[in-house]
Design a binder for this molecule. Structure first.
Ligand SMILES: N[C@@H](CCC(=O)N[C@@H](CS)C(=O)NCC(=O)O)C(=O)O
Length: 220
């Protein structure tokens, strides 16, 4: 099994963590997104030239949430989706709210760190409001179990758990959400989270390669 990824990408990290949690053998292939993603070999795997891409037994899967569902069906142990309908609904809500509500709000908040420029103050304020709505929703979904609707790690953790812990880093405190805070601490103690955490050096290298690539693309 091969996973094409970028360390600083939350879209690919959610798959990386899931593979580690499922204890699967895999090869990690880094794509820098500095033009290597536009090479014909990569575009043949994903015509939208995005990571992550999973290749397993010559079968290619794109879109991180599709990859997760593929992994669960092909490698069902340990289970990472609950069987109970309400628990499954909670896990899916957390996955989709992260991707559809939380992740877009992160763009303006991480803009300066990513070298995308300085957003308007009202854009930042709006993004923070959205993030807090998500956090309050998530706080309400966590019950007395250690993970979302589960005693073991599920895809809710792979998806939300690779985004929410970044919030303080982009200027949003999670102090007002004690259950979320405890949940983040629990995740940070897991080897799969520690092993996949990007460093400031990873970020710096990514940003400078990406800026060079974007400048070249604009010039040509
Ligand atoms: N919906 C996709 C999003 C993947 C995505 O946007 N990946 C970004 C990196 S985080 C990418 O590869 N961008 C390169 C490009 O768009 O050319 C998924 O969940 O897999």
């Amino acid at each position: 099994m091969k996973l094409y990824h970028t360390p600083i990408s939350t879209n690919s990290r959610r798959v990386w963590v899931a593979i580690l949690e499922k204890n699967l053998d895999f090869e990690l292939i880094e794509i820098h997104l500095d033009g290597d993603h536009l090479q014909s070999e990569f575009v043949a795997m994903n015509p939208f030239h995005r990571i992550p891409v999973l290749v397993d037994d010559d079968f290619t899967v794109v879109e991180s949430l599709a990859i997760l569902d593929y992994l669960e069906t092909k490698y069902p142990e340990p289970a990472m989706l609950p069987k109970d309908p309400q628990d499954l609904a909670v896990v899916k809500m957390v996955e989709l709210v992260t991707v559809n509500e939380l992740a877009p709000a992160l763009y303006p908040l991480s803009s300066e760190k990513m070298g995308w420029g300085t957003p308007q103050p009202q854009e930042i304020a709006k993004a923070k409001e959205k993030v807090n709505t998500v956090l309050a929703f998530f706080e309400g979904l966590l019950d007395d179990r250690p993970y979302f609707a589960s005693n073991t790690v599920t895809f809710a953790e792979c998806v939300a758990g690779t985004v929410v812990p970044l919030l303080p880093w982009v200027g949003v405190s999670i102090d007002g959400y004690p259950k979320i805070q405890a949940w983040c601490d629990r995740l940070m103690s897991r080897p799969s989270w520690q092993q996949t955490q990007f460093t400031e050096a990873d970020l710096g290298a990514f940003v400078s390669r990406r800026q060079k690539f974007l400048a070249q693309s604009e010039a040509s």
